[in-house]
Write a new protein. Structure first.
Length: 205
């Protein structure tokens, strides 16, 4: 993730600081989330980098306050990350974060997933706490190139969502869904850190 790189650590600390101050003031996150920002939100987003190939073009659908896209962009300077978010106040916040912290491999696009153009260019399309997998498949898979994949960060209900979405995945051009737990052994504090359960689906056509 961030390793011992002082620049990356400073950037992610600054990001958490912005989330816990102006992020709360503008309703980007709730005040109850502040004690859990590092473990349940930032670190559990960053560990998804385990699944992303080098120099990938990544789209974060429904980025909200920048999760998981901003932690991924900080952890992996080799990636190009596009934060896709339809709500203007969140877009304004994301622009302020980028300007304040100085994250060169990041851009913001105000749009819904079905408005992103060009489609079919991303190596990886990520999402977190956006919608059920049954909806995400139709939104995210078309944004990935053939041979690329979508990676949806999910919780304990991941297996059930995969089962219920089987037909939709196939119709959307996806292959077999796989469930991977990222961050096991890396997130040391079991109280405040939660490994990321990620559903990955490769676009095969």
């Amino acid at each position: 993730m961030f390793g011992d790189d002082e620049e990356r650590i400073a950037r992610v600390e600054a990001y958490v600081g912005l989330l816990s101050t102006i992020g709360i003031e503008r309703g980007i996150i709730g005040p109850r989330e502040v004690p859990r920002l590092w473990g349940r939100h930032v670190l559990s987003s960053a560990v998804v980098e385990e699944l992303i190939p080098e120099k990938a073009d990544v789209i974060d659908v429904g980025s909200g306050g920048g999760l998981p896209g901003i932690p991924l962009a900080i952890a992996r300077p080799d990636l190009w990350v596009t934060l896709v978010e339809p709500m203007q106040r969140r877009v304004d916040f994301l622009h302020e974060v980028i300007e304040a912290i100085g994250i060169p491999n990041l851009e913001v696009l105000r749009a819904r997933a079905d408005e992103v153009d060009p489609r079919g260019r991303a190596d990886v399309v990520v999402s977190r706490a956006v919608a059920p997998l049954s909806k995400l498949v139709g939104w995210c898979l078309p944004l990935a190139k053939v041979g690329g994949m979508m990676a949806a960060i999910k919780g304990q209900g991941a297996s059930l969502e995969v089962t219920e979405s089987g037909g939709l995945i196939k119709r959307a051009g996806g292959g077999k869904a796989e469930i991977t737990v990222c961050g096991e052994g890396k997130l040391a504090d079991p109280v405040f850190t939660v490994p990321a359960t990620v559903v990955t689906i490769k676009r095969i056509r």
